[in-house]
Design a protein around this ligand. Sequence first.
Ligand SMILES: C[S@@+](CC[C@H](N)C(=O)[O-])C[C@H]1O[C@@H](n2cnc3c(N)ncnc32)[C@H](O)[C@@H]1O
Length: 226
Amino acid sequence: MESEQTSPADLAEYSKRWDEIWRTSENLPPWDTGKVCPALAQLIEEVKWPLPNKPNSQALVPGCGTGYEVLYLAEKGSPSLTVTGIDMSPNAIKEATKYRDSIVSSKNTIMESATRTNYEVADFFDFKIPENRYDLAFDMRFFCALPPSTRSKIGQRYGEIMNKGATLVTLMFPIKPREGGPPFNVSLKDYMDAFGPYFDLVYYNTKCKTVEKWADDEYIGVWQRR
Ligand SMILES: C[S@@+](CC[C@H](N)C(=O)[O-])C[C@H]1O[C@@H](n2cnc3c(N)ncnc32)[C@H](O)[C@@H]1O
C-alpha cells in the first residue's frame, strides 16, 4: 500500500490505483489479515458494546475490502440489522462477494445472516444515502487510506449519513510515526478534529487486541452521533 503523497487534486487517479492494487494482488493485499479485526471482535464479544436492534437498522463498512467485518457484524447483529460494505474498487467488491459465497457454501445450514449483507461498488463521498440512514459504521483502515487533506470531509460525510445517537467505530491505524502514505499516520487529535464537530468520543482503548505485526500501532475508538 506504500505510495507517494497524494493531493486531493489527483483523487480520481488515486482511486484507480486502489483498484489496480486489488487487481494485481496475487494473494491478499498487504493490509488484509484474512480474518475479522480482533479489536472489533473484542469490542463486541468482551466489552459487549451493543449493536443497533431497532427495526430496519443499517450498518455501513466503507472501504470494506474483503469484507470480513460485514459478515461478522451481520452475524453478531439482530435479524433486523442489514450490513452494507462499499468499496470504490470493483475488484475489491469482487473479492468480498467471492469470500461471502465461499463462507456460505462451506456451511451445511442456511446462513441467515449472510442474506442481510450487501456489497456495492461506491465512492464514500458520493453514494445514495438510504432513507433511514445508518445506525452503525465501522471505519477500518479507511481514514488512514485517504489523503490527510480529506479528513474534515470524511467527518462531515459520516455526520451526514448517520442518525442521531448512531455508533461510529474507528480502528485507528497507523499510530506509530511514519512518513507519507497510504496508510497516512493518524493520532487521536486527527480523529477529534475530523469527527469532533459531529460525534462524541464515548470509548477509547489503546491496548485493544490486534495482530502481532501491528502491536501498539492500532487503537480503537467508539463515537456517538450528536
Ligand atoms: C487500506 S484498504 C482497507 C480495506 C479494509 N477496510 C481493511 O482494513 O482490510 C482501503 C480501502 O478503501 C477503498 N477506498 C479508497 N477510497 C475510497 C472511497 N472514496 N470510497 C470507497 N472506498 C474507497 C480502497 O479501494 C481499499 O479497498
